[in-house]
Design a binder for this molecule. Structure first.
Ligand SMILES: [Cu+2]
Length: 139
């Protein structure tokens, strides 16, 4: 289950999760982020169970980890999210495109399931305009 690495835009994605809530969110990455000039790793991680990808996410002082995670269009994903810190504003996971607004109680595992409909970068984050953010790369 060692995740292998893929590539996407740095600056944008690596920086995002470490920003304080007082900063403006960075601009969205280009649609074709994986072929952009600045690369960082997209992680292929998780375990497939009956056609659903199970991905564990944690909220740490760095934000949502791991990020970005590779997902596939039309393949259901279940996120198992555990918030492990009170030091960020990420007390909720908001994935606006899918109508997801889940509270993340400290130390409690929260299960979120959705099916990516569109290829490309998919951002999510805290409730405050997603200033603590993570991303999925859907292919
Ligand atoms: Cu926030």
């Amino acid at each position: 289950m060692r995740p292998w690495l893929r590539f996407a835009v740095t600056g944008v994605l690596v920086g995002v999760s470490q920003q304080a809530c007082t900063k403006e969110p960075p601009p969205a990455p280009p649609a074709d982020a994986r072929r952009g000039p600045h690369y960082t790793a997209i992680q292929e991680t998780g375990t497939k169970v009956n056609g659903t990808l199970i991905v564990e996410l944690t909220v740490t002082q760095k934000g949502f980890e791991p990020s970005p995670v590779l997902l596939r269009q039309g393949e259901p994903v279940t996120l198992l999210v555990t918030r492990k810190t009170d030091q960020t504003c990420a007390t909720e996971l908001v994935l606006e495109d899918y109508g997801i607004h889940e509270k993340l109680p400290l130390g409690k595992l929260v299960e979120i399931t959705f099916t990516p409909r569109q290829a490309g970068m998919l951002r999510y984050g805290c409730a405050m305009e997603q200033r603590t953010a993570g991303a999925f790369y859907v292919e």
